[in-house]
Design a protein around this ligand. Structure first.
Ligand code: GLY
Length: 306
């Protein structure tokens, strides 16, 4: 048995490629890397990797994280600039005993020393959007999507990964939930894995990926765990200050069942398994999940996927 699940329909092509690899018996971490680097390299997806959302100073500074649920090894890079795949660098950091999380210039020095591909991650579109925005506001914008993905492979190993540019017009150095183990992602092959997308500042307040895995460990299904974790954090934030940012979570259990839940009106995710072809689903505000093809086709057309 193998299972893949990933946030947002931008992950569809990457899930397809990862599924082909798992069909041929590939290692789950390699399949996860293929999935996430597919999203990172597509300039049509403007909040991950190449062409990601610039910060206040016009730089594209990226965050990524990786966790191996069998060894519990984690690696992450934060606010890294000038490299094609922040995820690959994060994964590489997970294999050492120390120095698993590197930021800014330290992460860039490591990546250069280890021969990771260098690339100016700005595109004409990202530069022009930044030039337009800088004339209007210096506030960070909330609209952005992180790719978060989970893979359970034939050997029973579970892996989690994320990659994002974070908020548009963020302060240089700002970091969200995505590279933080426990908030943006968490994996334990004895239980399951989870990954989050939404407003990092709020997702962090509930360590939501760890909480989702903890709920599965208590006996909840992946779907129940996602619902309970999102609803609890949403209501706790509203109790504290009357509002909550966007909170969306996906999960997979060691038994191969998947879950997804969100406090926004339409959150898309992709799943595939040894028994199910890659398919995009939509979580509606009421928690109903459907394969809403018209919506998905319109989205993919906007993002040059068809
Ligand atoms: N969830 C991604 C971020 O807030 O940076």
């Amino acid at each position: 048995m193998w299972v893949i699940t990933a946030t947002w329909c931008m992950a569809l092509d990457g899930v397809r490629k990862a599924a082909e690899m798992l069909k041929d018996g590939a290692d789950g971490a390699d399949a996860l890397e293929t999935l996430i680097t597919d999203v990172e390299s597509n300039p049509g997806f403007t909040s991950v990797g190449y062409g990601g959302l610039p910060d206040r100073d016009g730089n594209v500074r990226l965050d990524a994280g990786f966790m191996d649920g069998t060894t519990l090894n984690t690696g992450a890079v934060m606010s890294i600039s000038g490299f094609a795949s922040p995820f690959r660098i994060a994964r590489s950091l997970s294999s050492s005993e120390l120095n698993n999380v590197l930021t800014g210039s330290g992460a860039e020095a490591y990546a250069a020393e280890h021969g990771f591909e260098q690339k100016d991650m700005r595109t004409e579109l990202s530069i022009s959007r930044w030039k337009q925005a800088v004339q209007q506001t210096h506030q960070a914008y909330r609209g952005h999507d992180t790719v978060g993905a989970l893979v359970l492979d034939e050997a029973g190993n579970i892996y989690a990964g994320t990659s994002t540019s974070g908020l548009f017009m963020k302060l240089p150095g700002r970091v969200g939930d995505s590279p933080l183990a426990g908030s943006g992602f968490y994996a334990d092959s004895l239980v399951g894995a989870a990954a989050a997308t939404g407003l990092g500042e709020d997702l962090m307040k509930g360590c939501i990926s760890y909480e989702t895995v903890r709920l599965m460990k208590e006996g909840h299904s992946a779907q129940e765990a996602c619902e309970l974790a999102v609803k609890a954090l949403d209501s706790r934030l509203k109790k504290a200050r009357g509002k909550a940012g966007d909170l969306s979570v996906i999960a997979v259990s060691k038994n191969g069942d998947c879950g997804a839940f969100s406090n926004i009106s339409e959150f898309s995710f992709v799943t595939a398994s040894d028994t199910k072809d890659p398919c995009v689903y939509l979580v509606k505000e009421n928690g109903n999940i459907s394969a809403d093809t018209a919506w998905i086709r319109a989205y993919m057309e906007r993002h040059h996927q068809f």
